[in-house]
Design a protein around this ligand. Structure first.
Ligand code: ZN
Length: 144
C-alpha cells in the first residue's frame, strides 16, 4: 500500500485510537482476520501451510472454545475453486484441506448454530504484508 507521509501519520494516530474502539478494525491475537457479526468473536487465520484455523474470543479477546459454531469456506484463487470444510480440534476449528495457490477471494459461510441462518463474509485472499500495520493484507487493521 503506497501512501503519503501525512496519511501515514494520521493512520498511526488512528491506530492508537482503535484500542478504545474495539468495534472497528480489531487486531486479533493470532494475526488473523476478525469475522464481523460473530459472537463470540471468530478469527480466521491462514496458516503458513495454507490451512485455515478459526479461533474464538470473548469481548476482551480471551480465547474461548468453539461450541455450536460451524464454518465453511469457498476459496476462489488463481489455481481454482476449493471448498473447505472444518473439523473441531480442541478449542478451535481447522480446515480439512488447504487453500489453493495464488491470490483471489474467500467466502466464509459462518453458522452460529446448526439451525441458524448462515452469515456470508467475502474478502480478498491477499497474504502480502501491509506496510502500515505489518499484518497480512487479509487481516489488515488499517483504514484503507
Ligand atoms: Zn494495515
Amino acid at each position: 500500500m503506497k501512501i503519503f507521509a501525512p496519511a501515514l501519520a494520521l493512520c498511526i494516530g488512528l491506530l492508537s485510537l482503535n484500542a478504545a474502539e474495539p468495534h472497528k478494525h480489531l487486531a486479533t491475537p493470532k494475526g488473523g482476520r476478525l469475522l464481523d457479526k460473530t459472537e463470540p468473536h471468530a478469527e480466521l487465520v491462514i496458516e503458513k501451510d495454507r490451512t485455515v484455523t478459526i479461533n474464538f474470543y470473548s469481548n476482551d479477546l480471551k480465547p474461548v472454545a468453539v461450541t455450536s459454531q460451524t464454518v465453511m469456506v469457498l476459496a476462489d484463487a488463481k489455481e481454482g475453486k476449493t471448498k473447505m470444510e472444518f473439523e473441531r480440534k480442541g478449542d478451535v476449528l481447522i480446515s480439512k484441506n488447504k487453500l489453493p495457490d495464488g491470490e483471489g477471494y474467500i467466502v466464509v459461510q459462518f453458522r452460529q448454530t446448526a439451525e441458524a441462518k448462515p452469515v456470508n463474509l467475502r474478502f480478498k485472499l491477499d497474504l502480502a504484508n501491509c506496510a502500515e500495520c505489518k499484518r497480512a493484507e487479509y487481516a489488515c487493521t488499517c483504514d484503507h
